[in-house]
Design a protein around this ligand. Sequence first.
Ligand SMILES: *Cc1c(COP(=O)(O)O)cnc(C)c1O
Length: 223
Amino acid sequence: MKDNSFIGERIEKIRAALPQGVTLIAVSKYHPVESIEVAYCAGQRDFGESKAQDLVKKYQELPKDIKWHFIGHLQSNKIKYIAPFVHLIHSIDSYRLLQEVDRHAAKAGRRIPCLLQIHIAQEDTKFGLTPDECIELLEKGEWHSLQNIEIHGLMCMASNTDNEKQIAEEFAAVKELFNRIKELYFKERSEFNILSAGMSDDYPIAIQHGSTHIRVGSGIFCK
Ligand SMILES: *Cc1c(COP(=O)(O)O)cnc(C)c1O
């Protein structure tokens, strides 16, 4: 048998150092249900996956009180599979996608919480709306007519670099954008309160810049 006990220890160690109000999402993509079960036994309930098929399969096999976060690039034709149960979609990067999620949420008879993904990193490989595109989407206002989604905040990934100053600047820029959007469009809406920033290598910096949800994969599941 594989020794998976380190998974529980990692989770406890990360959690012990988190400020109050910060949620740890264990990113279990590429990892089998056995590893997730170990994390679950350590009390972990929020998990993140980046592929719809994997998410559905794991949802079916694992306890139903798990909160499943979708963090990958979402294809329109896959929304229907995750709409009935997904807890939070972190990766909305167009109005069109938001509309599609709304449509499938209606069919599933629920409202789906979503985050707008912000492209902030220097690399051009990463998905997301630029800050300007994000403001434009919200300013247009069509999203107000979508009854089956709720916009709960923003998600971002910093550049994949050792330059901590650059990472800090990127997180700070997204926090500033978050505050601006809150003030402009969600002032009276308490549900807009999630900033999903920070992964295994940079989450302490993200927390310093207001991250409320961190997405940690390799830091938990890789030996
Ligand atoms: C894989 C992934 C993570 C976790 O990355 P680690 O470096 O393994 O912690 C977080 N967020 C997103 C969007 C991911 O795709």
